[in-house]
Design a protein around this ligand. Sequence first.
Ligand code: DC
Length: 229
Amino acid sequence: MGAMTKSPPSTIALDGPAASGKSTVGRRLADSLGYLFFDTGIMYRAVTWIALDHDMNLKDEAAITELAERAEIDIRQPSQDDGRACDVVIGEKDVTWDMRSGDVDANVSVVSAYAGVRKALSERQRQIGLRGKVVMVGRDIGTVVLPDADLKIYMDASAEERARRRYSEIIERGGTADYDEILSKIIERDRLDSTRAVAPLRPAANAIIIDTDQLNEEQVYLRVLQMCK
Ligand code: DC
């Protein structure tokens, strides 16, 4: 009998705070395993974008919840080679980068704190995740969406390091940015994401925690890949 080869984990949950590098690492990991890469933050951002676009009152929990339940968010193969992992299309409008605007950043935590919004979106996420062969990235994948995931990773980094990364990202895309402003927004978003009543940001009990402050993207990627072997 030959040596037993262990197959890689089929459902991989990758959680962590804003700008911890989980999307970049998750995308590479999914590519190398031939898995689907699913960034769940897109769904919360899309609902927030629609609400802002329709001038809805974000404090109207019932209306925002209803929006999350019926929103048609289309995720398609990338149509452009500009750093996007996919196209996000709402009503035939390509909102891939609009969804990353400061306006959405500032309001997405309010929207994602609503229990009904989380229920609607995490149910859709679970359906996709349970098909397997997926790297799912978010805040509550290991704790709520896929509590039985085969591998759970929680990527962390200090707010300062994450602000530096976000800053460089914007500059590299040709934009302008203010470091101090980015830092204070990251701290505020962390606070809202980790103190909300429903599915707060925290590592699952059986998650492997990686502190990425002293690691570059390549090192984190190799470490995560190693865990899948
Ligand atoms: O990962 P991101 O920055 O694109 O996520 C945007 C927001 O969505 C973030 O502030 C918290 C929320 N979110 C969430 O609550 N649960 C998830 N699984 C993913 C994102």
